[in-house]
Design a protein around this ligand. Structure first.
Ligand SMILES: CC[C@@H](C(=O)O)C(=O)SCCNC(=O)CCNC(=O)[C@H](O)C(C)(C)COP(=O)(O)OP(=O)(O)OC[C@H]1O[C@@H](n2cnc3c(N)ncnc32)[C@H](O)[C@@H]1OP(=O)(O)O
Ligand SMILES: [Co+2]
Length: 134
């Protein structure tokens, strides 16, 4: 089951400028910054109630964020849902016809195991599943 809107991922060109902007907008500074080498991204996280905003800037030409920014520009890149058991959820979604972009869960940011669902099988939205690493 998907239990919570874990975060919205926003693709940004200039991470420092976007961090300053969102600090002003949300009225609170970020609680975390993290480089995720496997995704070629730098991230900045803000808490918003029970959910989060994840700012993402690409750090390599191959990064999904770098490619997205080049094609579509800044904006909402993905919607992430918390799940209790990512492997069970992946098996259920696969069986129901969703196209998963990862065979196995992989390490994401902020102490999570993650898996992505292709936007073409989710009404044009890139969906991320997240399970807290215990
Ligand atoms: C920091 C870790 C982690 C976390 O813990 O939170 C993250 O959030 S990492 C975030 C970055 N990583 C990823 O996004 C990994 C998953 N993404 C991918 O594997 C790829 O980006 C993709 C979704 C498979 C697309 O790659 P590709 O097929 O090479 O790109 P195209 O540009 O050719 O796109 C094909 C098609 O899909 C549409 N598209 C692409 N990205 C998105 C998107 N974010 N939202 C909605 N639609 C998207 C794109 O427009 C193309 O459509 P058509 O032009 O109609 O064919
Ligand atoms: Co994310």
């Amino acid at each position: 089951m998907l239990t919570n809107l874990e975060h919205l991922g926003l693709a940004v060109q200039d991470l420092e400028a976007a961090t300053a902007l969102y600090t002003t907008l949300l009225g609170e500074p970020p609680y975390k910054r993290e480089h995720v080498a496997s995704e070629g991204v730098d991230t900045v996280f803000f808490k918003v109630g029970g959910s989060k905003i994840e700012l993402l800037a690409g750090t390599t030409p191959e990064s999904a964020i770098t490619k997205y920014l080049a094609k579509k520009g800044e904006g909402i890149h993905h919607v992430a849902f918390e799940v209790a058991d990512i492997r069970v959820t992946m098996a259920r979604l696969r069986e129901q016809g969703f196209v998963l972009l990862n065979k196995e869960p992989k390490r994401g940011a902020d102490n999570k195991l993650v898996c992505f669902v292709h936007p073409k099988s989710a009404a044009g939205v890139l969906v991320e599943l997240c399970q807290e690493i215990g």
